[in-house]
Design a protein around this ligand. Structure first.
Ligand code: CAA
Length: 258
């Protein structure tokens, strides 16, 4: 498949990468771009040879948010009849872990998409923010919820009410990102983490991702029950037998992802 607004490749064995490629608009998240990202991510997600995904932009911008020029003429009912951009990307339905590799601007919908990935690796130049208040609106793709859960209420209020931007180091300190690396290294760090994930059993990785995500959705008791169910499911996998046998035989496991 050929794309106009994204680049797609496999930078390492088992790792699929989708790069937003609308640099003249700082990767503003237009509908055609979102459709392409969704198609590419879905294709990787259903590819048995892929164990982890990277979503990235360019050095200057991960994404500067929803496309303001596209939204300018939209009414409330137009927006009602379209799903939010994170819902349209549907990253939560992807069973494979997704790492956002973020450099430069991750603003508005850009920050929201990064937060809906499973991990974030940032370059030292990354800037995170939710500047929607400057447009007379508020975050509409998870910002008020996901950012608040990551950084806490006080800082979330300041970010979203005053357009305070977080540097990469601040984002690390407040728990929004996993790693910060120099500009010429952050992609290698993201690929390295993705390769580690891709080297695990896809069955175990999927059950783990699902269970961690439940921690955001439910009470502790319900989350523990969900974890237990997935733990038991793992015991039905061939990878469980292989993983334990390999440990005892002192060799590397050969995952079958079954
Ligand atoms: N939508 C559409 N176009 C955008 C854009 C956006 N979100 N962000 C940048 N662009 C475009 C600019 O219009 C400009 O295009 P032209 O050359 O045709 O004028 C081009 O990208 C380069 O941008 P700037 O000239 O502004 O670049 P800069 O380096 O001076 O500033 C910036 C960079 C601070 C990121 C600035 O572009 C900016 O503030 N962008 C908007 C950020 C924003 O408000 N994001 C939130 C959007 S709303 C949202 O995301 C809602 C939601 O929650 C779903």
């Amino acid at each position: 498949m050929t794309y106009e607004f994204i680049l797609v490749d496999q930078p390492a064995a088992g790792v699929g990468r989708v790069q937003l490629n609308r640099p003249q608009a700082l990767n503003a998240l237009s509908s055609p771009l979102l459709d392409e990202v969704m198609a590419a991510m879905r294709a990787f997600n259903s590819d048995d040879g892929i164990g982890a995904l990277i979503l990235t932009g360019n050095d200057k911008a991960f994404a500067a948010g929803a496309d303001i020029k596209e939204m300018e003429g939209k009414t409330a009912i137009d927006m009602l009849m379209t799903r939010s951009l994170t819902d349209r990307l549907d990253l939560k339905m992807h069973s494979k872990p997704i790492i956002a590799a973020v450099s430069g601007y991750a603003l508005g919908g850009g920050c929201e998409i990064a937060m809906s990935c499973d991990m974030i690796v940032a370059s030292e130049t990354a800037v995170f923010g939710q500047p929607e208040i400057n447009l007379g609106i508020l975050p509409g793709a998870g910002g008020t919820q996901r950012l608040t859960r990551s950084v806490g209420k006080a800082l979330a209020m300041e970010i979203m009410l005053t357009d305070r931007r977080l540097s990469a180091e601040e984002a690390l300190r407040y728990g929004l990102v996993n790693r910060v690396a120099p500009l010429d290294e952050y992609m290698d760090v993201a690929i390295n983490i993705a390769q580690k994930v891709a080297g695990k059993s896809q069955v175990a990785a999927r059950l783990t991702k699902e269970a961690i995500n439940q921690a955001y959705e439910t009470s502790l008791e319900t989350g523990l029950a969900f974890e237990r169910r997935n733990f038991l499911l793992a015991f039905g996998s061939e990878d469980k037998s292989e993983g334990m046998r390999a440990f005892i035989e002192k060799r590397r496991p050969a995952w079958r992802n079954r």
